[in-house]
Design a protein around this ligand. Sequence first.
Ligand code: ZN
Length: 229
Amino acid sequence: MNSHSSEKKYRAIGQLPQADAAGQSAAEASAGSSPTTVSGITCRLPTRYGEFALHGYADPATGLEHVALTLGDFSDGAPVLLRLHSECLTGDTLFSLRCDCGPQLEASLRAIASEGRGALVYLRQEGRGIGLINKIRAYALQDTGADTVDANRMLGFADDARDYRFAAHIVQSLGIRQARLLTNNPLKVRALEAQQVEVIERIPLHAGANPMNHRYLSTKAQRMGHLQD
Ligand SMILES: [Zn+2]
């Protein structure tokens, strides 16, 4: 059974339960094995920006489920336009003007569609990794005057608790060896390169600035190293 392979590190959602002859499920078998690779279950995902392939992944270390949207063929080894987007329920789906996540998500999909080739990895690490309820707590502190960095610190969290290790495994599993990364965040470039994903170009992604998120974007630039180029 391939779930015993030493190459398998992270199990995909679609590969989970299948009992083998000994009655042990694949999930049970892989839970005790040393994980090394990612493979996802895939379906078509037509969107307003084009028809992507949607790949699902489960991170056994965190229990979080993530997806990647891809367009085009990466088998030629040429650099791939790539966005790592961390979930923001308020910005991505509830039209919040407190941040720029929703417009960045849309701009990324639009850019990938216009090239006809690329990938967006959607990571379920809400609130820069602190979770939805804690993000609401942090927003409440920001409502009384704290900026996004101080609010996180007042709650006992890091300024940015996101982790890109599993994202790098997803990227590698998609066959992406070299990336042209859509981001304003140099830490994201370094995090990917630390996981052996070569970033040959950083492409600035500026979308969704508005009067309501002016302070937030300024704080990201001034206190979190985000670039405004
Ligand atoms: Zn957001």
